[in-house]
Design a binder for this molecule. Sequence first.
Ligand code: KG4
Ligand code: ZN
Length: 336
Amino acid sequence: MSPTILAIESSCDDTSAAVFKDGKILANIVATQAVHEKYGGVVPELASRAHEQNIIPVVSQALLTANITKSELNAVAFTRGPGLLGALLVGCSFAKSFALGLNIPIIEVNHMQAHILAHFIEEPKPQFPFLCLTVSGGHTQIVLVKNYLEMQVLGQTTDDAVGEAFDKSAKLLGLPYPGGPMLDKLAQTGNPNAYSFPVVNMPDFNFSFSGIKTSILNFIKNNTQANPNFIQAHLPDICASIQQALIQTLMKKLVLAAKETGIKEIAIAGGVSANSGLRQTMQEYANKYKWNTYIPAFQYCTDNAAMVVMTAHFKYLAGEFADQYASPDPRLRIAL
Ligand code: KG4
Ligand code: ZN
């Protein structure tokens, strides 16, 4: 029997609820929190409060869109981590009380695993085993995906995540939050070879993105001393060059991982997989290295509950349920 599941995602600054029924996603409602814009980044306490305000309307809208009643649900899922503790707590507490009221089981979901399993929402779906470059605001990982619920992190960032590098670079250039998508947009009309930024090579399959911020800071300082209008005059070229350095850093390790594992099924996931340059590079590398590449639809790149409900579906089938003692884990890891 295919279960009917409601899932809630509240790990960062998006409150989302999705409904899965008869093997399909029937609703995926996302409320993005505008409150953080004026602070230039996510303020954890404000995120928790906004989740509290959004959660009931978002869940109601998801049930309405899916055209189902609460009594049809077989389970309620929530993101347990990783993420912001207070934000996760809202989704976790809501899911537990909702499930308790309906006397149905709860399912806890790892947010990073969910980003990867977003690839099973729509065709084409990757074949196991595949490699997934998981790139978000908090993570940068190369994951060996052996099965739906069996994953191994081959390498990861030793400091900042690549999404953070995009956002911090954008901030240094005076772009509004969230900077990643804005930097991407400007990069599309720029020359990626106009300036060069360091592509840091870490051991094994690991990454480092903290140095690029300093190099951009020095680059801006030096050039604006000579010409105060330097940024305004060259913004698309600067953005395109930064984006190219970040993408090259990612692709270098992805190529290495593909080579060493012999795997040619290669996916990307997470917020940064919405980046136009990364998506294009994946297509180019598919031809160059004879990879089968998998790039998520835009709506499933950034945070959403559809990916959480998809993961919950696989956990339901595997009989992996949580209990009322479940609590958020801001540093939850993908199981080895
Ligand atoms: O997965 P996600 O929505 O949230 C986390 O789990 O962190 O990822 C958010 C990150 C942010 O750093 C955001 O700037 C970045 O994804 N992002 C992008 C683009 N769209 C979102 N970065 C570069 N280019 C984009 N088009
Ligand atoms: Zn995410």
